[in-house]
Write a new protein. Structure first.
Length: 351
């Protein structure tokens, strides 16, 4: 476990008050459901929300492509999805609305909550005590998840500091401008945003750059959300090992997590995948955008799911917007259609 300096400590009463007043999240409460372990059903490829049989009790279903377990409620609706080899889990919970009115009319209304399991999922894990305890804690919970963390760095996000005065939430930027006054420097990681040294599990300590305070590039943003906030293991660089690497290309090519959409076609540009329906909220997305980076993936994002118009939307930190956004500047944040980012999307991973 990496040593953390200035790790945020927020009291429960403060969290409740902040959630209640947040302009980013709208909650529609539903009843908590019991963490039971029903029998496993048949194995298929596709899970349709609400297509299961109404049995009056929770049931499990095994799915392929990728191999995963789906939990349905007594009415047959999917309430949780767990992918073999991944720690990312998607649970159904209170409905929230995510917007960024200063930069786009896009609105994502979702009841998906993306959380990390204590360990990668395996077939039959629903019978293990660690899972029963985890599900009991998070089923129907409003505790911050991956989506909540992600939007705590978009424009207008309120500032929060820990007991040591370290700001760990609030609008993030991408990086300082270069001498041309147009392009921006990359290589801004989560510890640059925090402005504090960070010691990784391998013992390496990284020092923040003072001119990059409150900044994260595209992969640094993913490390801030999944690593520093959600506590997914992080590597100090791109070297082999356990954890999320530093750059978008290293993330895309690493053995960490599960490859949901693999690279296709000839390098260096590869080709856009023909089927993106396999994506699940919380998946990491990778793009090929710049001829100067050879065959490397050079942009990364977090998949949110459909917006209110049915478009597949993502959030990422990018130069044109100068920070994390679901906005339209430099290209709409959509995977479907013929837009800039849609055309350059290449591969996806589930942590």
């Amino acid at each position: 476990m990496a040593k953390r300096k200035g790790r945020p400590v927020v009291h429960a009463a403060t969290v409740v008050a902040l959630l209640a007043s947040s302009a980013y999240f709208t909650y529609e409460l539903r009843k908590d459901e019991q963490a039971k372990v029903p029998a496993t059903q048949s194995v298929t490829d596709n899970a349709q929300q609400g297509s299961g049989k109404a049995t009056g009790k929770e049931t499990w279903e095994r799915l392929n492509n990728p191999a995963r377990s789906v939990l349905r409620d007594g009415k047959g609706a999917v309430i949780a999805t767990y992918t073999d080899g991944a720690r990312t889990a998607t649970l159904k919970g209170p409905t929230r609305t995510f917007t960024e009115p200063s930069n786009t009319s896009t609105k994502v209304v979702t009841n998906d909550w993306v959380r990390l399991l204590p360990e990668p999922w395996t077939k039959g894990a629903e019978k293990q005590q660690w899972y029963k305890d985890w599900f009991k804690q998070y089923n129907g919970s409003e505790e911050d998840d991956i989506f909540a963390f992600a939007f705590q760095y978009t424009p207008g996000a309120p500032v929060k500091k820990d007991d040591q005065g370290v700001q760990y939430e609030g609008h993030a930027f991408y990086g300082p401008l270069k001498s041309d006054g147009v392009d921006r420097y990359e290589q801004t990681d989560f510890y640059d945003y925090l402005g504090i040294p960070y010691t990784f599990r391998d013992g390496t300590t990284k020092q923040p750059s003072s001119d990059r305070l409150r900044s994260v590039d595209c992969s640094g943003y993913l490390r801030l959300v999944y690593g520093y906030r959600a506590r997914y293991p992080l590597r100090s660089g791109n070297e082999s090992g356990d954890g999320l690497p530093r750059t978008a290309d290293a993330m895309a090519r690493s053995k960490t997590g599960v490859d949901i959409i693999k690279l296709q076609g000839p390098s260096p540009w590869y080709v856009r995948p023909t089927n993106i329906d396999v994506l699940q909220p919380g998946d990491l997305l990778f793009f090929k955008m710049d001829h100067r980076t050879g065959n490397h993936m050079d942009h990364s994002a977090i998949y949110l799911g459909p917006d209110t118009e049915g478009h597949k939307v993502f959030v990422s930190s990018r130069k044109e917007q100068n920070g994390p956004t679901i906005g339209d500047q430099g290209g709409v944040s959509r995977l479907d259609g013929n837009g800039f980012y849609a055309g350059l999307f290449r591969t996806a991973k589930r942590l």
